[in-house]
Design a protein around this ligand. Structure first.
Ligand code: ZN
Length: 268
């Protein structure tokens, strides 16, 4: 089974379209949240991603933009974008965001738990068991940026592979007994579509971040995503260029902070 794993689209329709065009054929789409906030196309992104998402976990920006949480912990730029998004969202999109489950969720059980799409949500074959979260599997708002952050969840996880988003940094962490490693995809290009393959070694525990579709912060401006092949026990990380100028124009025309447009080209 091929799962397209996406996170942190953040209202960037141009990046999302580039990812969907580059992803090829997939069986299920696992969406790790933060679909809105920061970007200028929240409704367009939700109208596009809702019908094709097999499973979705909520992100912190999704919660704030639909009124479930306050923006008190957001910096002024994020708060301005969340307030604008909250006013912009259609009633149907806001209600849909309010119903999203908190991570972690488990694709094997999800078919009974969550009615989001009628596609087959089960992980087929003998591949590793998987869970999906926005931040940490131990807490939805916690960032996993370092091995120090990854340590407790790697010790406590019941699943071999946990996909997370939230940091907007592509890569991950894995551990087997006393062996532990940080993973950073090593791309050869800066401005073209690129891919980097990682085998999931049997007996390892993995925290894997597909990167951010709509606002990367790992110094690579290209939209990030991952394809998980459960039969091959393999993850392929991808970066794909997109029409960043149009995405920036939508942010500026919406009256959102200019910094939100500038950072897209910097990937920071
Ligand atoms: Zn985010």
């Amino acid at each position: 089974m091929r799962a397209l794993v996406l996170s942190d689209i953040h209202g960037n329709l141009e990046a999302l379209e580039a990812v969907l065009a580059a992803a090829g054929v997939w069986d299920v789409l696992w969406n790790l949240g933060d679909m809105v906030g920061y970007g200028g196309s929240p409704n367009e992104v939700l109208d596009r991603i809702r019908p094709i998402s097999t499973l979705v976990v909520r992100g912190n920006h999704d919660r704030v933009c639909c009124g479930l949480s306050s923006a008190v912990n957001f910096n002024p730029t994020a708060r301005a974008a969340a307030t604008w998004t909250q006013n912009e969202l259609t009633r149907a999109n806001a209600e849909w965001l309010r119903e999203l489950p908190k991570g972690p969720i488990f694709p094997r059980r999800a078919a009974q738990d969550i009615e989001l799409a009628d596609s087959d949500t089960l992980v087929q074959g003998s591949g590793p068991h998987v869970s999906l979260a926005h931040g940490s599997p131990l807490d939805e708002d916690t960032y996993i940026l370092s091995m120090r952050d990854a340590w407790a969840p790697l010790q406590q996880m019941e699943h071999a592979v946990t996909f997370v988003g939230h940091t907007h940094v592509q890569g991950g962490f894995w551990q087997r007994d006393h062996d532990w490693h940080e993973v950073r995809p090593a791309y050869l290009t800066r401005n073209e579509p690129d891919a980097w393959r990682m085998d999931i070694v049997p007996g390892t525990r993995q925290i894997i971040n597909p990167g951010s579709v709509g606002q990367p912060r790992d110094s690579d401006w290209r939209a990030g995503f991952a394809i998980f092949d459960s039969d091959a026990s393999q993850v392929v990380f991808h970066r794909v260029p997109y029409d960043v100028t149009t995405a920036q124009g939508r942010i500026l025309m919406a009256g959102l902070p200019e910094r939100l447009a500038a950072r897209l080209r910097e990937g920071r």
